[in-house]
Design a protein around this ligand. Sequence first.
Ligand code: MG
Length: 308
Amino acid sequence: MFEQFDESSRRCIFWARYAANIEGGKEITVLHLLAGVRREAQWLFRETNLEKAKIKLTVVSDQAIEKLSAARRLAVEIPLGAGAKKALTSAAQISQKMEGSSVTPAHLLAGILHADSALRKKMQKAGLTEKELKKRLKAPSAKTSETTKPRVTRCGLGYDLHRLAEKRKLILGGVEVPFEKGPVGHSDGDVLSHAICDALLGASGMGDIGTHFPDSDPQWRGVSSLVFLRQVRQYLERRRWRIAHVDAVVITERPRLGPHFAAMRDTLAKALRISPHQINLKAKTNEGVDAIGRGEAIAAQALATIEN
Ligand code: MG
C-alpha cells in the first residue's frame, strides 16, 4: 500500500507513529495522522485554515522527541487503528481518482477528512471542506505542485565583525554578557545574531543583512538584533522555508562564553521559532593574533541549513 505514498507522506506517517509513541498509545489514530501532517507539512495547515480549527493534537515537537527515551523510539511496531487505515486507504483512492502519480500530504489530509466525521465538522467550522480541499488538489496551481515537489535543502554562510569599545554592552545571541567592553555598531552590534541573519538570508537567496537593515536607516539605531532575526524568519516563512539547523562560532579572546550558551540558544530559538536543539554554538579565541587577539574586535561565523 505504501508504495504509492511519496517521501513526504511517508514522513507524515512516521511522525504519526512518533505521536502515538509520545502518548503511549496502542495504535495510530486519525488524530496522530493529522499531527504527523502538521509536523511534516506545516504550510498545508496554514493554507487550509486548519490552524484555526483548534484541534487538540499531540505535539510532535523536537522537544517531545528529545524527551522520548531511546527504548520507546524503537517501539515502532504500533499498528494503524481502523480510522487511520481508512484515512490512508481514502488518501490513496483520492490520489488515484485524480490520476496522481503518488499520494502527497495533501491527499493524506483529504483522506483524514473523509475518514473522520468529527474532525470534518471541526475543519468545516474553520472554513475547510472536503470539496474545497479536493478542488485544490485538482487545480494545477502552485499550491498543488508544492505538494508533489521534492524537498529542497540549502545552506547559507554568515560572517560578522564589530570593533569593541568601552561603555558598550556586550550583547551576543540576544543575551547581555557581563564584560568591560561591547561592540560598536548602529544596532546593538550583536555579531552572533548578525552572522545568523546573513546565513539564513544567504541560504534562501535573499541577499544580506545590510540590504534589508541598512545602517544608514535611523529606525535600526540601537535596536535589538533579535528584531532582525524575527524579520528574517518571517521572510523565510513567506517563502515556505523551514530552518533545519544553525551552527555558529563566536571568536573573541574574552570573556568566556560557554556559561551563556544555553541562554543564547533559548533566546535565538524563540526569535527563530525553532527548538534550541536546532542551534549549536561554539567559541574560539584568536590565539592573541590580530585585532580579535588584541581584544579590539569580536567576530562570529554561522552556517544555516534550511529546507522546504
Ligand atoms: Mg554587524
